[in-house]
Design a protein around this ligand. Structure first.
Ligand code: C5P
Length: 227
């Protein structure tokens, strides 16, 4: 069967500021959400594409994705994990049994090369995620901007999305997650449930838009590209 894509876009984007959450704002000429939706749609390995949005943004999302066919909308939840879980349950109800990719709408510049690396890695693992090594110096700091101890960066990686799993794996991981802590990603939930998650080479272009300034940087790049 074809792989399913879950694109979560139900966050409030509070760190970015502005009236409209970041995932709906325009970047490189398109609503952010639309970039990854189109990338999954044009990849031959993907079937069901599920976009998770908050009820308050359902209408806006439908407008921004006008003319895009073959997507299903699912309602978001309070935390990211709740949004993902709503989409997993939708797939469970279809008795879906293929591979499930989970992606942040806030990471618009997805490439087919990353999708291919993840599909390959899943042939011999429970889950796979894109990752890049940390290259900057790391330090803890307090709220007064005073650096304290240095953190060894060797062996540290930045984990991105899409995160890819056999559907049963991620469904079981969500169903059995029992920590009070809010998990930042699905890989962590799969590992907590005892599954093996490997990493493939990530992509700097997959960086998550988080702060308002990310838009400024992106505009600067777009301007340069047109010089
Ligand atoms: O807030 P953060 O940047 O960690 O959000 C990562 C992704 O998860 C975003 O694409 C956001 O829209 C989504 N999200 C969600 N439901 C929530 C919180 C975040 O779908 N309740």
């Amino acid at each position: 069967s074809k792989a399913a894509a879950i694109i979560v876009a139900a966050g409030s984007g509070s760190r970015t500021g502005g009236d409209v959450p970041k995932q709906f704002r325009t970047v490189r000429g398109k609503p952010m959400l639309r970039h990854s939706v189109e990338e999954f749609l044009q990849h031959p390995a993907f079937g069901p594409i599920i976009v998770v949005v908050a009820p308050a943004h359902a209408e806006l999302t439908a407008q921004l994705l006008e003319g895009v066919e073959g997507i299903t909308f699912v309602q978001g939840g309070a935390e990211r994990k709740d949004s993902v879980n709503n989409a997993i349950q939708y797939l469970d109800n279809l008795s879906f049994n293929g591979m499930t990719f989970i992606h942040d709408a806030a990471r618009p510049f997805l490439s087919s090369a990353v999708l291919d690396r993840l599909l390959d890695a899943l042939a011999s693992s429970d889950g796979a995620v894109p990752a890049l090594p940390v290259v900057d110096s790391l330090s803890r700091a307090n709220t007064n901007s005073i650096l304290s101890e240095a953190v060894e960066r060797a062996g540290l990686f930045r984990i991105q999305t899409p995160q890819a799993f056999h559907h049963q794996v991620i469904s079981k991981a969500h169903a059995t997650w029992n920590s009070e802590k809010v998990p930042t990603d699905d890989a962590r939930m799969a590992m907590a449930a005892g599954y093996k998650v490997v990493f493939v080479e990530g992509d700097e272009n997959l960086a998550k838009f988080t702060f308002a300034d990310d838009f400024g940087r992106e505009m600067g790049q777009a301007a340069k590209m047109h010089d």
